[in-house]
Design a binder for this molecule. Structure first.
Ligand code: PLP
Length: 401
């Protein structure tokens, strides 16, 4: 991701900033769209992962649709060139204003998360003399085997309707003439790296679509959501996800009926590896038990470690080890053989919160004020969660081209 020219360029720039490798983004999108095309699968990009305008423009140029979770995202999607008839809108708490905006933009589908919401969308559509296409988001009670903070498909989660509510859904649909039922939707969690989870999902979806067919509700669309994970530990080894294997699971295990459309909503897998947060060391504090590297970026620029206990690889770009970037793995221990002295640092930000720590005990070459530090795999749920807390300057974005 970083060659010597890139690092020389960084030296001239003010930090912190997000660095976007648009070439890697393009490769990722190519891999995803060509793998999906083999099976005629439809892909929507989950915009909440990253709505940087340059990122959005590149993604829509591949003909990918948009998966939105707010009226603002619906607006941004259509404003940035996503086709209105490829926009889907999910969320447990869609406001009337958001529903109206989505109706005005004539989106492909509302992914509806409760029986009450069906009634509300029907009423709002009726007031506009329109028909809204809806898919029912079902909570399939499938364990995503991911961090409990980012699991969404268990009965204890707030998302979707539970299976015992399906008779009430069918009843409501029968009473809502301004709704057009088109299919069923699932999204069971994020950062899923075990593909057998998706096999389990397919088995549940096959059972559930049968329920709808049995109740005379034709399922034209199966939307399987997103959640495909990326390798935060080895960002340079496989920077492009294995989309082939991912889509093949659905091809192999989903009972796809003739004429049925299969849709996906990928967020993280499309954008995560294409960006890094670049910052500088402001201060080095050597304590009795701990050393601290204090960066000019913190939880206001990238909150994932503090919010979800997420791991990000951290590298000192100013002090390459043996001509390479240091490779540090929590799982395997250090892979380095070098005479350069390696120290352990708690890598922290400047924000007045004790949780403002990217990671404890990070093994790095001895580091100094002014060194450039990269926090890798920051393209998903990074820049979108930037906050103004502590009245910080807005982080900048820098692009590879
Ligand atoms: C967040 C979200 C996604 C994307 O999740 P990723 O883990 O980023 O792939 C897809 N669908 C819905 C409904 C979501 O809320």
């Amino acid at each position: 991701m970083f060659n010597t020219d890139t690092i020389s360029r960084f030296k001239q720039l003010e930090t912190p900033f997000y660095y976007y490798d648009l070439n890697l983004l393009k490769q990722t999108l190519q891999a995803c769209t060509s793998a999906a095309a083999q099976y005629n699968f439809h892909v929507h990009y989950a915009m909440k992962a990253n709505f940087n305008p340059k990122v959005l423009e590149m993604i829509q140029s591949f003909g990918i649709g948009a998966d939105c979770v707010s009226g603002g995202e619906v607006k941004a999607a259509t404003d940035h060139g996503f086709a209105h008839d490829k926009v889907v809108f999910a969320g447990v708490g869609k406001s009337d204003k958001e529903i109206n905006e989505a109706l005005d933009r004539d989106i492909f589908c509302f992914n509806v998360e409760s029986v009450q919401e069906l009634q509300i969308i029907n009423d709002l559509a009726k007031a506009k003399n329109r028909t809204a296409s809806v898919a029912i988001r079902i909570n399939p009670n499938v364990d995503a085997h991911t961090h409990h903070f980012i699991t969404t498909g268990l009965e204890e989660n707030k998302f979707g309707v539970n299976t015992w509510e399906l008779p009430a859904v069918a009843e409501a649909l029968a009473k809502c003439p301004n709704l057009q039922f088109i299919g069923i939707h699932f999204h069971i969690g994020s950062q899923i790296t075990d593909l057998s989870v998706y096999k389990n999902l397919c088995i549940r979806v096959n059972e559930l679509q049968q329920w709808f067919e049995d109740h005379n509700l034709a399922v034209k669309v199966l939307n399987l959501g997103g959640g495909l994970g990326v390798d935060y530990y080895h960002p340079d080894e496989k920077p492009v996800c294995d989309f082939e294997s991912y889509f093949k699971v659905f091809h192999d295990f989903l009972d796809i009926k003739p004429g049925q459309e299969v849709h996906f909503e990928l967020g993280r897998a499309l954008v995560a590896q294409s960006a890094a947060l670049i910052s500088r060391v402001l201060y080095v504090k050597n304590g009795l038990k701990k050393n601290f590297l204090i960066l000019d970026a913190g939880m206001t620029e990238l909150i994932r470690p503090m919010l979800y206990q997420a791991y990000h690889q951290i590298e000192n770009l100013s002090r390459p080890v043996n001509g390479q970037q240091p490779v540090v793995s929590e799982e395997k221990g250090s892979l380095l053989t070098t005479h350069q002295s390696l120290l352990h640092y708690d890598v922290v930000g400047p924000i007045c919160e004790s949780t403002d720590c990217f990671r404890k005990d990070v093994e790095l070459p001895e580091s100094f004020r002014g060194d450039l530090i990269a926090v890798r795999t920051a393209g998903a749920y990074g820049e979108v969660m930037v906050s103004g807390y502590n009245l910080r300057d807005r982080v900048q974005s820098v692009y590879s081209e």
